[in-house]
Design a protein around this ligand. Sequence first.
Ligand code: ADP
Ligand code: MG
Length: 602
Amino acid sequence: MPKIFQLSPHEAQKIAAGQVVERPANIVKELLENSIDAGASHIQIIIKDGGKELIRIIDNGSGMDAIDAIACFKQHATSKITSVDELPSLTTFGFRGEALASIAAVSKVTLLTKQAGMMEGSLVTAQEGTFERQDAACPIGTDISVAHLFYNVPARAKFIKTKETETRHIVQTIKAMALAYPHLHITLTVDDMLLLNCPAQDDLIGRYAQLWDNATAQHMLPISAINSQKRVSLTGVISDHQWLRYDRSGIFFLVNNRWVTNSGLGRALLKGYNNVLPPGRYPMATVNIIINPALIDINAHPRKEEIIFANPRLVEQLIQEAVCAALEKNLSRQLKKVVTIHQSVAAPSSFAFTPASLSAVDHIPPAIDFTKTISLPPAIEPLQMQQHMPLATEMVTTPAVMPILETAHEPYTIVGQLHKTYIILEKDDGLYLVDQHAAHERILYEIFSNRFAKIPTINLMFPQLIAVDPASIGIIESIIPLLAEHGIVLEPFGKDQLVIQSTPVHLKDASIKEIIEQLIGWIKEEQAVNQQEMMQLLHKKLRAQMACKAAVKAGDSLSHDQMQELIDDLEKTDNRFSCPHGRPTGWLISKAEIEKKFQRRK
Ligand code: ADP
Ligand code: MG
């Protein structure tokens, strides 16, 4: 008996749809591209339940006539090419005519559309491969609703993530489109709440104020470059080195205005920042690469997301150089500015603002408050905050210098502090250098890790409000219990604020906002791991982060008693030989080696 059957065209289409539609954000992208191709200047996007229940896009573009309103759902239906030979020179988004056919195969679509000059518009309902059209009154343009995504393909529906994750992908897609087309008026309503309202802008920087905030817009630097043979050029904006994030979600690449991914481009961008980026920090950027379409292949990916360049080095080199040049220009301007600020606040003369120390500071406030105190754990007195220098780079180690070994429980004498960064100890077997930040970080990390010790917290008399990206509220909600376990008690307040009710004593002066942003960054970067692993990882990260924030910094001067306290605590601490990030807490320069250096011993 034969076993082979041919699938019905509709079943085949449902399977093929998976190529184009993997998640709701892909639909949003396809529909937005269609609206842009249709010349729209105003686009409204309405989302419900992460796009699973509804994706609706209303544009004021050209609209379709009664025939096209049905024809657009047919496979390979496109008004944009008639032969594959036209592909290389195409500048519109669509070109394969499969988006609407695929979307209609796996959801319930309603289309309302009217062309200029027509008396009547069309209302088309598309479901399970059938299409019904009737005349309808509507404005010029297109209003398309995609409801109940994957209702008829349960196997695919299973792969859709939580509402928060899908909403985040959709917001990311819309941000990319808004950045690629600043002159469009775009609005986004999520679950009946207006999340974005971005009227047309003259330039990209104005878009940053709309999509993020004014402060972000002020930290964006324009970049532009053209390759010597004029084969590639680029324009865009990048954040200066004071405005960094904890994840890559602020980086957008466009090729001929089309949002693409390509890991080489991302690497080139980061290389442009040289050693200015601390580990785990990423800039924000929108880089639009203008290149002859014949030198790229955009068809490599079914959703046209990944791009292949005929000569990737050329493009990467251009990005790297443009980024480097823009940062250097900004830095020289910045340095001049900083000097005048320092004179006006009578900064210590030893405070040299070198480019290297600029780099470690995320957000340099307009004037630096040198009188601000930081708090140590209860046993140690508050001390004067000096400057936030980057941790000294790896010590130069010679074989004579060894990490502290298990000999630490001996009497010691504190000799003093070196470079406001290291505590110098004299012991029987030699000279110890202890990194004050790394040591304190380890002590605090172990305190935070002790599950049986209740973390002392303080209730804030005036609960603190902090602003957060509305798109991240979902993630924050999912980590509220985790934060509470660590003494950070907060709840969402409106769509873009958090109210902090209590914090661990150790953290009272540290930036909770920064800690939360960093956690959100990790969650976004670590999406691959499963829920349980993720929670364990987050507990660890949060502890390390709290320890790092609460610990004394390199550059803080410590009194003799404070050093004593720190070393005593370190001696009592588990895992005392390295900080939570794996750097050594101290080094021994052995007595024998010192004697050898002074030729007292051979
Ligand atoms: P493609 O964009 O690749 O041509 P689609 O399936 O996305 O294929 O769309 C099919 C056709 O439907 C388009 O070529 C266009 O003529 C028409 N169309 C789709 N969306 C719109 C819209 N928002 N406004 C006007 N025409 C549209
Ligand atoms: Mg299309």
